[in-house]
Design a binder for this molecule. Sequence first.
Ligand SMILES: [Zn+2]
Length: 87
Amino acid sequence: MDAPVCPHCAKPITRALDLPYGWWEWTGDGYRLTTASERVDVAPWVHWDCMGELRSFHPHDVGVPDVHSAGAVTAGPAAAAAAEVGG
Ligand SMILES: [Zn+2]
């Protein structure tokens, strides 16, 4: 299964970042902000390759296997609630 395509750079979204505010990078003279945010209501996800915002994208909407599979986050309140519901 192919990854969804980024609307900004047309490359597959093989890595989506959950850090819309970006990061601060040392330039030698000070820190420079690298960010996908162009407004106050930032997009929740950005594409690793181009830092373009993925406003309508969510990784869980695309072919994510069973949440109980190996590698999935199984700790925390949401997982506990899911376990309760599942019985
Ligand atoms: Zn992109």
